[in-house]
Design a protein around this ligand. Structure first.
Ligand code: MTE
Ligand code: HPA
Ligand code: MOS
Length: 761
């Protein structure tokens, strides 16, 4: 491919940083309350499976300050919020399928009255046994969708050619999103039955569509507005909908504003999380350590309703071979119905769960063959010309380049020597090392979702307002949108304002997800700004009596034949306005080239792939089972990063979130489907003390890809995948102390408790 020179795009600091630091940024709970606002609290089921025998609302209804209790009977339209499959009632009627399932909504004059009233509602249940284990559900045939299989080559024949065949099991637990801002919405009636909902959602259109269905009104009567999110991480891609719909329903029934903000513990109990998975695998290698064949069965714990789990399941299959070429693959995935809250999107969207299994298979094979995992990993990295199990060709592959850049930069030999020396002399501390290459496909796996729109207004004073489908959730997408517009229009970034994400201004949007928000919306902004630029240059040409081809715009000034003119940006805008030329543009972008045929499970689903390699060094305290990550070194393929500060933030945040999932976040449900880790006292997430002491990120500067905005590759989810390396570095350290230790099931997270059992097991 032709080497392209990267055009310089100045990095910009996050446009939200000023108001964030001053505490002035507005979240749903900060919106000034309108007169007559009612506060809502959700009545939820206290059992995981069974029937409601009776509910008595009388006492709660009589409580002073309680205005109304809303149940399924108050729903004008359908009592249904399921996104992919209509299997999820907004309010349970008779059957309960998970603990925390919403049953009713109490509306009161204050939040504390609404919450207190919940205690005055008496419910009796007839409880049934709960199923929380996906394999148990699978054996009973409880599946959300028929199982799916990705196939490449022919594994049945390939086993015969393998010198080594290893089988095993690998499980990953769920993960609580723990966005700083809990789920919430504020809805108020406008005139003529119209409703505005302000919500903390990644998917404004999903909320609008679902609210319309529940309220039985057309979508145009509902306006969803999103300023920003205090984090989403996938937890608000689909699961912000219920709360927005409830607030809208309350506002419709009571004809007044309704605010619903979940308390942390209720949010933890009621909302779904990363899907836990249990998996079995079989891997076959030849004498030279080439992986010839791989078979896996993924049992996804989807929870009580499908939510996004069918799409997540698909991504598990897409990433089952991680960054390795395996000529013969049979991967089967099963979306199992259990009695826990419906699980949902979480950074990586099923990819991490699939990738953990191939890494476990490689680690176990390496041990049995007496080699290092990294010998097998390196030997099997993807290269251009290879093919993914889903039929897409491997192109612009950076698996080997990132691996060798890391090897060179960090001199793995030296690191390993240092570790060996340390381990030989230290009795009570052991160090471990693991490498983690990654490969992640960019695009919604569901092709029809890959499009976005932008609406750009240039105002008469030369200032600019931009609306897109992008939701800012901390990932910095609004800053990137400013950069795109500033560069395309050759104006100062200070002229540009990014408006809230609003369904009346930009309609029919996909959620902000799949790491594709900046690409999809950025391309739309670029197209709209390009059209405006051309239009304005034509105005300039006319006014200068010059040929349009000779007129350019550079840093807010019009040039002809590269000579400065007197026409400044503001003059140009005035000229256009007086000439009655439209200063508004609406653009639509749809990712070209991508397609996927589910009936064959083959196609070209991704615009491009993101690659990288990380090395983890960990020190384990072999008396206590505690550990510290000395350093994580990453060489990551950012393409030509358009904003290094933001991209580095995504890298560090994602990496640490991945380490948390793999090492400390222990999400526990008991056999009755009750969430045991329902508060921060029982659920540990990474803090400043548990992050690696050093995170060194190297930007592998590549050409990037045309389908990435400004050739700056998507960066939201891929860094989380590196976290998987933390598990294997820990395992290495444990085995340095206790060489006999071999987990029967590779099961993440590897908490200090499990490390201790490994050290002495
Ligand atoms: N970063 C922050 N700070 N907060 C978030 O909620 N979500 C992640 C990632 N990075 C998230 C984040 C997830 S799950 C996705 S899909 C992407 O950001 C979404 O944004 P993008 O498409 O603009 O990368
Ligand atoms: N990623 C994230 N979210 C999604 C996807 C995907 O591939 N498909 C549907 N929602
Ligand atoms: Mo991200 S899991 O695609 O919201």
């Amino acid at each position: 491919m032709k080497k392209r020179k990267a055009t310089h795009i100045p990095t910009m600091k996050n446009i939200d940083s000023h108001s964030h630091v001053r505490g002035e940024s507005i979240y749903v709970d900060d919106i000034p309350e309108r007169q007559g606002t009612l506060h809502a609290a959700v009545l939820m089921a206290s059992i995981a499976h069974g029937k409601i025998v009776s509910i008595n609302y009388t006492k709660a209804q009589k409580k002073e300050g309680v205005v109304r209790i809303i149940t399924s009977k108050d729903i004008p339209g359908e009592n249904q919020i399921g996104g992919i499959i209509p299997d999820e009632p907004l309010f349970a009627i008779n059957d309960i399928h998970f603990q925390g399932q919403p049953i009713a909504l109490v509306l009161a004059t204050t939040e504390s009255i609404a919450r207190e009233a919940l205690h005055d509602i008496n419910i009796s249940y007839k409880e049934r046994p709960a199923i929380v284990d996906p394999i148990e559900a699978f054996k009973k045939g409880h599946l959300h969708i028929p199982s799916r299989t990705f196939k490449l080559g022919n594994t049945t024949n390939a086993w015969k050619k393998c010198t080594h065949i290893i089988e095993g099991k690998a499980d990953t637990d769920g993960q609580e999103h723990l966005y700083l801002e809990t789920q919430g919405a504020y809805a108020y009636p406008v005139e003529n039955g119209h409703i505005t909902i302000t919500s903390s959602t990644q998917g404004p259109t999903a909320l609008q569509r679902t609210a319309a269905k529940v309220l039985d009104i057309p979508m145009h009567k509902i306006e969803v507005d999103v300023r920003r999110l205090g984090g989403g991480f996938g937890g608000k891609e689909d699961q912000a909908t219920a709360w927005g719909v409830m607030a809208a329903l309350g506002a419709t029934v009571c004809k007044c504003p309704v605010k619903l903000i979940l308390h942390r513990m209720d949010d933890m109990k009621m909302t779904g999380k990363r899907n836990p998975y249990r998996s079995t695998y079989k891997i076959g290698l030849d004498k030279q350590l080439n992986i010839l064949a791989y078979e896996a069965d993924f049992y996804q714990n989807a929870g009580a309703a499908a939510d996004l789990s069918p799409a997540i399941l698909e991504r598990t299959l897409f990433h089952c071979n991680n960054a390795y070429y395996i000529p013969h693959v049979t991967a089967r995935a099963h979306s199992c119905i259990t009695n826990i809250p419906p699980n949902t999107a979480f950074r990586g969207f099923g990819g991490p769960q699939g990738m953990f299994v191939i890494e476990a298979a490689i680690a176990k094979a390496a041990r049995q063959l007496g080699v290092k995992s990294r010998d097998i990993q390196k030997q099997n990295l993807l290269e251009n010309g290879h093919v993914f199990p889903y039929g897409q060709k491997v192109e612009e592959c950076q698996a080997k380049p990132t691996w060798s850049a890391l090897e060179k930069k960090q001199s793995l030999k030296k690191i390993q020597n240092n570790i060996d020396q340390y381990n030989a002399t230290e009795k009570h501390y052991k160090k471990g090392l693991a490498l983690m290459p990654i490969c992640f496909g960019i695009s919604f796996t569901n092709t029809p979702m890959n499009h976005a729109r932008a609406l750009v207004h240039i105002y008469q004073d030369g200032s600019i307002g931009i609306s897109t489908a992008a939701v800012e959730m901390g990932q910095g997408v609004n800053t990137k949108m400013v950069q795109v517009a500033a560069k395309t229009l050759s104006v100062d970034a200070a002229r540009i304002k990014i408006e809230s994400t609003n369904t009346t201004r930009v309609a029919n949007t996909s959620p902000s997800a799949a790491s594709s928000t900046a690409d999809l919306n950025g391309k739309a902004v670029e197209m709209a700004c390009q059209a405006l630029r051309t239009r304005l240059l034509n105005v300039a040409a006319k006014s200068l009596a010059a040929k349009p081809a000779t007129v350019t715009l550079q840093e807010e000034v019009v040039y002809t034949n590269n000579k400065k003119t007197k026409i400044h940006w503001e003059d140009l805008v005035q000229l256009a306005f007086l000439a009655r030329v439209s200063l508004t543009e609406n653009a639509h972008y749809a990712t070209p080239k991508i397609h996927f045929d589910k009936s064959k499970e083959k196609g070209h689903p991704f615009a491009y792939h993101v690659y990288g390699t990380a090395a983890f060094v960990v020190t384990v305290d072999c008396i206590r089972g505690t550990y510290e990550f000395d350093a994580v070194d990453v060489v990551h393929d950012f393409g030509t990063s358009m904003n290094r500060i933001i991209d580095l933030g995504q890298m560090e945040g994602g990496l640490v979130q991945g380490i948390g999932w793999m090492t400390m976040e222990e999400l526990l449900y008991n056999k009755d489907g009750r969430l045991l880790s329902n508060a921060l006292s029982t659920y540990k997430i990474p803090d400043i003390y548990s992050v690696p002491k050093e995170i060194n990120v190297t930007f592998l500067n590549t050409d990037g890809n045309d389908m990435a905005i400004f050739r700056s590759k998507a960066v939201g989810e891929p860094p989380l995948l590196y976290g998987i390396g933390a598990y294997f570095a820990l395992l290495d350290a444990i085995q340095q102390f206790n060489p006999a230790f071999e987990p029967e099931i590779y099961h993440a997270p590897l908490t200090p408790e499990k490390v201790l059992m490994g050290l002495y097991g």
